[in-house]
Ligand binder design. Structure first.
Ligand SMILES: Nc1ncnc2c1ncn2[C@@H]1O[C@H](COP(=O)(O)OP(=O)(O)OP(=O)(O)O)[C@@H](O)[C@H]1O
Ligand SMILES: [Mg+2]
Length: 360
């Protein structure tokens, strides 16, 4: 594999989605404190009211945050997909890597955005549909091989969601320095219906338990990986093969274990989930520290090893941060907005992956 020479710096794209307020939040007496002001700005109001607090009275009680794009309860699944992910497809089928990940506290809509429901499918299915369409449209000149895998990282262990019977899988680095999951099931179907069925089935295999904050809380990070190899059909002595990889990741909730009143198993889980998320946060911090040559420790967790290319290397990367608009979620929303704002400073270097093949 060689560097095509046309690599360019690219900033991480950060989107924010504020989900609709829930019935449970309304029943708790929550009010709306997160408001979308325009296409890029969201304002968060501090719900604490204490007229006797002189220090507080002199401080602004609202803070605004800027993103590449912001969505509120009026946004449809299609709008979120169009503004964040659709434009990555052309790159992936011509040999560029791309990553989309959903970040945020439990119950704020990560799984809704990525997987969605039968009636309101999310980014996974919309992306695969458009990817297969784009492949079909260029199939006169190009030959493609597509393979897809779906895994979860739970308690720092990797499980194949398309075949959980395989047990725990290991990460390996191949001769080109690309991280691979040894022995994972790879599916090469290009039928969109089949894919949705596979994903739904895979998602049911995912480790999921109710927490105080979300009845169907995902306790693991789920990673859908699509690899596309492209080769020109024109018969040449020298054939160029390009390979693009697309990661679509639904992270576990970013809340601290204590905030969901978890004990025992849930608590231990929290610590492991946090290990991957903490490592991700550390990488984001170090990467966003402009001008510094800080050492980035991707080896700290399975998630960051898998995402090494996406964060620090060769990938177009989109982060979709999620928050609740409710006053009861103020602290978590503020933390998430700060974290996501910091991520906006990350730059990645994107280049086409290709190598030459001799044909006889
Ligand atoms: N934009 C939205 N529109 C309508 N309903 C939504 C939206 N976002 C989330 N929900 C609903 O809110 C609930 C929690 O969402 P979801 O399970 O996606 O949260 P999560 O961020 O994946 O949480 P966890 O980290 O616990 O897995 C679900 O019932 C989901 O259908
Ligand atoms: Mg989830």
């Amino acid at each position: 594999m060689k560097d095509s020479g046309d690599s360019k710096d690219q900033q991480l794209m950060v989107a924010l989605r504020v989900r609709p307020i829930s019935v449970a939040e309304l029943e708790e007496g929550a009010t709306l404190i997160a408001h979308k002001m325009d296409e890029q700005m969201v304002v968060l109001m501090d719900p604490m009211e204490d007229p006797d607090d002189i220090l507080r009275a002199h401080r602004s009680r609202e803070k605004s945050y800027l993103f590449d794009v912001a969505f509120d309860f009026t946004a449809t699944q299609e709008m979120v997909y169009q503004a964040t992910t659709k434009s990555l497809i052309e790159g992936v089928i011509s040999g560029y890597n791309a990553t989309v990940f959903a970040y945020g506290p439990t119950g704020c809509g990560k799984t809704y955005t990525m997987l969605g429901t039968d009636h309101e499918p999310g980014i996974y299915v919309r992306t695969l549909n458009d990817l297969f369409r784009a492949i079909e449209e260029t199939s006169n000149d190009m030959e493609y091989e597509v393979s897809m895998s779906y895994l979860e990282i739970y308690n720092e262990m990797i499980r194949d969601l398309l075949n959980p019977a395989l047990g725990y899988l290991e990460l390996r680095e191949d001769s080109k320095g690309v991280i691979q999951v040894a022995g994972i099931t790879e599916v090469s179907t290009i039928n969109a219906k089949e894919i949705m069925q596979l994903l739904m089935k895979g998602n049911r295999q995912r480790t999921q338990e109710p927490t105080a904050a979300n009845q169907t809380s995902s306790r693991s990070h789920a990673v859908l990986q699509v690899a596309v190899r492209q080769r020109s059909r024109v018969k040449n002595i020298l054939q160029e093969v390009r390979q693009g990889r697309l990661f679509m990741i639904d992270l576990a909730g970013s809340e601290r274990a204590s905030q969901t009143q978890n004990r025992g198993q849930r608590m231990k889980e929290g610590a492991h989930i946090n290990r991957s998320l903490l490592a991700l946060g550390n990488c984001i911090n170090a990467l966003s520290d402009k001008g510094s040559n800080k050492y980035i420790n991707y080896r700290d967790s399975k998630l960051t090893r898998l995402l090494k290319d996406s964060l620090g290397g060769n990938s177009r990367t989109v982060m979709i941060a999620h928050i609740s608009p409710a006053s009861t979620a103020f602290e978590e929303s503020r933390n998430t907005l700060t974290y996501a704002g910091r991520a906006k400073n990350i730059r990645t270097r994107v280049k086409q992956n290709h190598h030459h093949h001799h044909h006889h």
